[in-house]
Design a protein around this ligand. Sequence first.
Ligand SMILES: [Zn+2]
Length: 385
Amino acid sequence: MRTGAVSAAAFCLAATCSACSGPAPAPAPPPAPYHALLSDPTPCANLTAPTGKQVLDAKVRWLPPNQFDFLENGGSDPTGGTAGSGTYTRPQNFAPLDPQNTQQYTIATDLTTAFNQAPPWFRKSLCELDYVFVDASTSPVEGGTPEGWAFWENPTQAYQAWLADQSTPKPPIAPEQFIAISSSVWPGNPAGDALGRYETGVLQALLGPNNAPYPTVTAAAATGGSTWSLMLLGILSHELGHVYWHSECFHGCNAVQGPGWTDVSGVPSLHTFNILSTTAVPGTNYSVTDVKNDWTSNGSHPLNSKLYDLYTRGVFPSLFGLVAPDEDMAETTKLLVLYKSGLSSLKVMFPGGTHIDMISILTATPAPYLLGKINHIRGSRQFGD
Ligand SMILES: [Zn+2]
């Protein structure tokens, strides 16, 4: 979990038809067929508001199984070994999604729909990556196929990649950044509340086994959207948040080092992400383990739990955000993207019936601390509304 849509068009068409009182309307034209590009002519990062199709064509690539080992390539993931050790190999043998392949056609269609549900600045941010992979690996050496991962090369890795493939004229070689969503997300079940099911799974996994009764999560999308699209956006935006974290807080950055550490005029800044302090941050002074242990002992009184406290404070976007500073930024980025993509409610349902809606928390007056983190991301990435 460096780590996270069948089309809503069918629902919209059905609703439109049921509202008609006159003659039956002509059937809608079939959707335009998806055509994969054989080359990558679209400099979509130069566009202010690339379309979902432009993002798909320019950036999304099918990565066959075992063509990149994001954990063990001396990679940028700190759990994967020393950065730059060994011989780095960039992802190999990837290609645009194949419209003749049923699964890849579905993925292309779903991702395009999801991209178009998101704001233009999110699509542009995807365009600023080198690739958005659909990773078809099923090998457990890739972290047991998490739903997504992010990778950012360091200069040594970029140089090793150039040595292996000297098709570019000469150094310096720009380190590449890319994220991936697992093909194992498909076939998911796009019906009903796909995002709620996904978030429920993440939350319950963090609380650990044999900890029932568990909270659940329900999500709702604004009219015209779907929670399947939101789930796909959630997986991708979480991974994008890891890239943001790295961009601001270079490899190995933690709470006491890194260029992003400086607070700016009291405005919540990078250093506010996941600092466990009751004074510097009006939040919690407990860890995920504390929350989990408390839930184990206190599950029958959920409203007295640290978990309930965590979600009511409006400091963290989720329990996952409490895991580590980069996960806090990843989850905060996700909440920002989903909110701006039409997430109308995201309710953590506690046993007994009480719920906390993170959208209500986010939009409350006075503004929650969490909004400062969101504004940090928006400001540092120059996002629009
Ligand atoms: Zn993550």
